[in-house]
Design a protein around this ligand. Structure first.
Ligand code: EPU
Length: 427
């Protein structure tokens, strides 16, 4: 079993370079299917969700070649299978983007129900509603989502909830539909704009990504394209928060500061100094952290994917902080783990109340999900002692080179791999 071992108590200093956005990449890789030809995608993050999607593409018949650690060439000329198997889809969410792209390319798609972080029920009704309004039939059978359509037709779709996944999936399906598709009440995250930019570079006609209304005029042909993924807003925010939590002073490089504004604003209200350059931010904390209230919301609100990390930081703030989760029904599972470390937090529904300043002590904890795992690292970095984090597979799904990057900031962190037979003997 692999564990992360964090020996905390050091201020993070120096610099860290941010990789490509995971949640953009996991939509852009399925989008390559839409152009019959070769795409070269730069700045892909080196994380498990991306490796899984590359394997899905290979199983469909695409030729995948890693040019270097961050660049992949994908030739989708000979896609022959419209299927994403359970084996590959069970551990990640974004496999469902193949529904939209395969439906548009082949008129049929069969994708295993997705896995991913468990935040309670994660419905996909809005994806299905969009496909059906465009003329597809969608059935769920034996754990597979099967979508079919002789011809997708452009139409007006008003989403009932703001959904990143549904916005992207229906955008993919609409690229080759007959006529104009108008999407309303859409998500506006930076990765929505990134996907639209890639699709447009492949010959799609998409306008309005990043606003409340997206218009897609269907085209007959799309081609491969060369594209560079944007930096990961949440990876950047995670390191910003970790530096602030430890009272450090570091530069976070290769970021788009505009994408970080909601995070920067909250850190500033907590007493952290943030300086912004063209593609970097410097985070410096000298004063004690102040308690703040945070409510997560779809972009441009404070991202739900930063909620656990800022909660971990606020354990060290003076006073009471209130965190309200505005996107997911159940994204506080990780709090039980923070409580194991001595945190004083009460949860009532979607609200967590943190009494800052409690004495934290090292204890074994687990990563309950991707960002919950990041929160364990941040808490561990602030504790004088050794915090061992289990179930790090969640962290590896979404953070590239996490040990190397934290070490580069001066953290004492390592992965240990205890063979299961040793554990069995001890038991
Ligand atoms: N929802 C519905 N019906 C749907 C789709 C969503 O009711 O058909 C609801 C969800 O239950 C949730 C809300 O709408 O309450 C927002 O869900 P959304 O569809 O936006 O989430 P997602 O697309 O499944 C992506 C990210 C998540 C991130 C959310 C919100 C990917 C692969 N995942 O999920 O990222 O939390 O958007 O920003 O892009 C993470 O990276 O740690 C992560 C969980």
């Amino acid at each position: 079993m692999k564990k992360l071992v964090v020996s905390g108590g050091k201020k993070l200093c120096g610099s860290v370079s941010i990789g490509g956005a995971k949640n953009a990449t996991v939509a852009i890789l399925p989008a390559t299917v839409l152009g019959e030809g070769v795409s070269i995608i730069h700045n892909i993050p080196n994380v498990n969700d991306v490796s899984l999607e590359l394997r899905m593409l290979e199983e469909m018949g695409a030729k995948v070649r890693l040019i270097d650690k961050k660049t992949v060439e994908i030739d989708t000329t000979n896609i022959v299978s419209p299927t994403v198997s359970y084996e590959l889809a069970k551990n990640m969410r974004a496999s469902y983007y193949f529904l939209g792209s395969l439906l548009a390319r082949m008129g049929t798609a069969s994708v295993s129900m997705p896995g991913g972080c468990n935040f309670g029920v994660r419905p996909i009704d809005q994806h299905i509603k969009g496909f059906e309004l465009m003329g597809a039939t969608v059935e769920i059978e034996k754990g597979m989502i099967n979508a079919k359509s002789e011809k997708l037709t452009g139409t007006h779709i008003y989403f009932d909830v703001v959904s990143v996944g549904a916005t992207m999936n229906v955008m993919l399906a609409a690229c080759k539909a007959d006529g104009l598709t108008i999407l309303e009440n859409v998500a506006k995250e930076p990765h929505i704009v990134d996907l639209a930019n890639y699709l447009n570079s492949m010959g799609a006609e998409i306008r309005g990504a990043g606003t409340d209304i997206i218009k897609i005029r269907g085209v007959k042909e799309m081609h491969g394209a060369e594209y560079t993924i944007i930096p990961d807003q949440i990876e950047a925010g995670t390191y910003m928060t970790a530096v602030a939590a430890t009272g450090g002073n570091a530069i976070i490089e290769n970021v788009i500061p505009k994408h970080l504004e909601s995070i920067t604003a909250k850190l500033r209200s907590a007493g952290v100094t943030i300086e912004e350059g063209d593609d970097w931010v410097r985070v410096n904390r000298v004063e004690p952290l102040k308690a703040i209230n945070v409510t997560t919301m779809p972009h441009p609100g404070f991202p739900t994917d930063m909620q656990p990390q800022i909660a971990a930081m606020l354990l060290g703030a003076e006073g009471t902080s209130i965190i309200t989760e505005g996107v997911w029904d159940n994204r506080f599972k990780y709090i039980d783990e923070l409580v194991r470390l001595g945190a004083k937090i009460t949860v009532d529904g979607k609200v967590a109340v943190i009494t800052g300043g409690a004495q934290l002590t090292a204890a074994p904890v687990k990563a309950t999900d991707l960002r919950g795992g990041a929160a364990m690292i941040i808490a561990g970095l602030c504790i004088d002692g050794i915090t061992e984090i289990e179930e790090i597979v969640h962290i590896e799904r979404g953070y590239e080179d996490v040990v190397e990057k934290f070490r580069g900031l001066g953290a004492d962190i390592k992965i240990i791999d205890t063979p299961d037979e040793i554990i069995a003997k001890v038991i």
